[in-house]
Design a protein around this ligand. Structure first.
Ligand code: ADP
Length: 245
């Protein structure tokens, strides 16, 4: 379970990235997190994996209290989560197989298990035939699938995908969504961070909209439309006008 209670986050330079956010994502849910650029989506994701710390409030993720977690426990927390970053973060000097295996090695998995799981997950994402290729020899969509295999290989409870449809064509983006839905059916929590309004409307899942560092809306994607995006910009204008007073 993921539970934000009055969470605020201020960067060292004084930027207020999140402001009094409260929300809960239950185990096994599929949610989209959306909001315009600069809204606070990346910050929220970074808080979940403890790449940044909350400034105030209470944050619970998969049984860990992140507002007071000791640094030695952070790797344990991260084992419960698989993240597919927008820029994939693959190692160019390692083969596809090695990139996925590395994620298991760093958490101390036994080589017998690595030899079993890596080919299995490369097969899940349809990349068995590219095991020995290097990332530089792959297309954007293929690199993304390696990143997915790596996110899944440690059997995490939660998968976070950052703009998964951002850099791929429509067909590929459908494939990625199918994969995420399948993973969700296995009981894993799936969080998709996206700007993609068409995607949100098509899949009719829960949508959490962050604007200006605040929770702006929490509704079903079927009811999410261009008006919600417009409403966010109108509200921002009102805030700006308020500031000018
Ligand atoms: P999003 O992912 O929705 O585009 P971010 O979480 O990246 O939004 O940013 C939220 C706010 O925090 C923005 O005002 C941004 O400028 C600021 N911000 C993001 N990262 C940093 C950082 N490392 N230091 C200072 N301010 C930051």
């Amino acid at each position: 379970m993921i539970k934000f209670e009055n969470v605020s986050m201020v960067y060292a330079n004084g930027n207020h990235a999140l402001n009094d956010v409260s929300l809960q994502i239950d185990d096994g849910e599929f949610v989209f997190i959306t909001g315009r650029s600069g809204a606070g989506k990346t910050t929220l994701t970074k808080l979940l994996i403890c790449e940044e710390r909350v400034s105030s409030g209470r944050l619970e993720v998969n049984g860990f209290r992140l507002d007071k977690i000791r640094s030695w426990r952070i790797p344990k927390l991260r084992r419960t989560m698989g993240v597919v970053f927008q820029d994939f973060k693959l190692f160019d000097k390692m083969t596809v197989y090695e990139n996925v295996a590395f994620a298991m090695r760093v958490v101390g998995a036994k080589s017998k298990l690595i030899k079993k799981r890596v080919p299995f997950f490369l097969d899940v994402v349809g990349l068995s035939h590219k095991s020995n290729s290097f990332p530089t020899e792959l297309s954007g969509g293929e690199k993304q699938r390696v990143a997915f295999a790596r996110a899944l290989v440690n059997n995490p409870d939660t998968i976070i995908a950052d703009e998964p449809t951002g850099n791929v064509d429509i067909e590929m983006s459908e494939g990625i969504m199918e994969l995420l839905l399948r993973v969700n059916k296995l009981g894993k929590t799936v969080i998709v961070v996206t700007h993609d309004l068409a995607l949100i409307r098509e899949y009719k899942k829960r949508v959490i909209q962050i604007e200006n560092g605040k929770l702006f809306a929490d509704k079903n994607g079927a009811n999410f439309g261009i008006d919600d995006v417009k409403a966010a910009s109108i509200e921002e204008k009102e805030d700006e006008l308020e500031d000018l007073k």
